[in-house]
Design a protein around this ligand. Structure first.
Ligand code: 4NP
Length: 161
């Protein structure tokens, strides 16, 4: 079998958006019967929450949508840029952080804004819900991630990316 494709989902803290994106993508590839062809993880730009479980609102959103999740926050490393094929950021700030953190020279990973794969509204960012009251922002993040993960997988399967 050919080597696995590798996708890494990034956000600022790795406790809200990127765990949801990771869980949604795991479900997307499982539903499509291609889970064994992928290695998937998520990570943070910052180190504040390393080792922690996701925010309780992210966990309840995942639970509500029957998405199992058992990962803990970690910070992105330089090695990730050569290990992964695709590194997804959630907003423009994530993308500039990634650009600054990437090792100099050519690295393997394509740095992509997840929202660019949104089948309804391409190019939208996935807003940071951490400082918002309640769980609405988390639900919105989930809904966007579903559309984006479907859009991304379809592009991979058409050989467009
Ligand atoms: P996330 O949300 O990037 O979607 O995980 C955040 C979580 C924590 C912080 C910021 C954003 N923080 O500053 O601690």
């Amino acid at each position: 079998m050919s080597e696995k494709k590798r996708a890494l989902f990034i956000c600022l803290g790795n406790i809200c958006r990127s765990p949801i994106a990771e869980a949604v993508f795991l479900k997307t590839i499982a539903d499509d019967g291609v889970a064994e062809q992928w290695e998937v993880d998520s990570a943070a730009i910052g180190d504040w929450h390393v080792g922690n479980r996701p925010d309780h609102r992210a966990l309840s959103t995942m639970e509500k949508h029957s998405l199992p999740y058992d990962n803990r926050a970690r910070q992105i490393t330089k090695a990730d840029f050569d290990h992964y094929d695709y590194i997804f950021g959630m907003d423009k700030e994530n993308m500039s952080h990634l650009k600054r953190m990437a090792p100099s020279g050519v690295s393997k990973a394509k740095q992509l804004l997840l929202g660019d794969f949104d089948t309804d509204a391409p190019g939208k960012i996935i807003r940071d819900p951490y400082y918002e009251q309640g769980a609405n922002g988390f639900e919105q993040c989930y809904v966007q991630c579903v559309r984006c993960c479907n859009g991304f997988l379809a592009k991979v399967q058409r050989g467009e990316i």
